[in-house]
Write a new protein. Structure first.
Length: 228
């Protein structure tokens, strides 16, 4: 497909590698990619499936997660605008099955790149190569952070961290999120999250309502997230 002028401008604004690349690469990129829009909740890829293309997120958020044998989910990372899924990139390049699940957390618009182009552009375009490798480095750090939290942090620390991360640390933030969604975020159960939130509410750090959590004391939540 050929992107129109507005789509080209949006892609260039979203992805720094396009601004850094030579004009002939940009022209080839705009000729080769396709734009797709998927609804919230749409499964993008399942554990064990083959990846047929690499999405570059323009708008919305994708979530990458694992499901354990006990049925519990844990979020590995999210893919935001200007980013791509490094697990998908790895699977496209190595032709190995996708080792997790990917879904649209919100409505998501992406430019999708065919597998052959991913490898070809890594060999021929330095800005594209740097973009992919920098994503890998960032995601490795993020995934190791998840592993560290699951193995070494108490659940109350992980919950405080999740609340702060979702709110961006904004004083007086109100999160539209369920106990089940938080349980998935920290790799626990809804019942445990409900109990921990009651403890935080009793300490006047948060206030809970149906589908909503108000953060009342950001400094105290920060201290809770870092407590030994």
């Amino acid at each position: 497909m050929t992107c129109d002028k507005d789509q080209r401008q949006t892609l260039t604004e979203r992805f720094q590698f396009l601004r850094a690349a030579a004009p002939d690469f940009r022209d080839a990129f705009f000729e080769q990619v396709s734009l797709v829009t998927l609804p919230a909740g749409q499964v993008i890829c399942r554990d064990g499936a083959q990846c047929s293309q690499l999405p570059l997120v323009i708008a919305g958020t994708g979530r990458i997660f694992k499901i354990g044998e006990n049925g519990r989910e844990v979020t590995l990372y999210r893919v935001e605008p200007g980013e791509s899924c490094v697990l998908t990139a790895s699977c496209v390049l190595t032709r190995r099955p996708f080792p997790a699940f990917a879904e649209c957390e919100t409505e998501l618009t992406a430019a999708v790149v065919a597998p052959g182009q991913v490898g070809q552009w890594i060999r021929s375009c330095e800005p594209w190569r740097e973009y992919i490798f920098s994503l890998i480095a960032e995601r490795l750090e993020e995934v190791f952070g998840v592993i560290d939290a699951v193995l070494f942090q108490r659940l109350d620390q992980r919950l405080a961290n999740a609340l702060l991360r979702r709110s961006g640390g904004r004083p007086g933030a109100s999160l539209q999120i369920t106990h089940q969604e938080l349980a998935v975020e920290i790799g626990s159960s809804r019942e445990v999250v409900t109990r921990l939130l009651k403890d935080l509410e009793g300490a006047r750090l948060v206030r809970t309502a149906r589908g909503r959590i108000d953060l009342l004391d950001i400094p105290a939540l920060n201290a809770k997230s870092q407590s030994a």
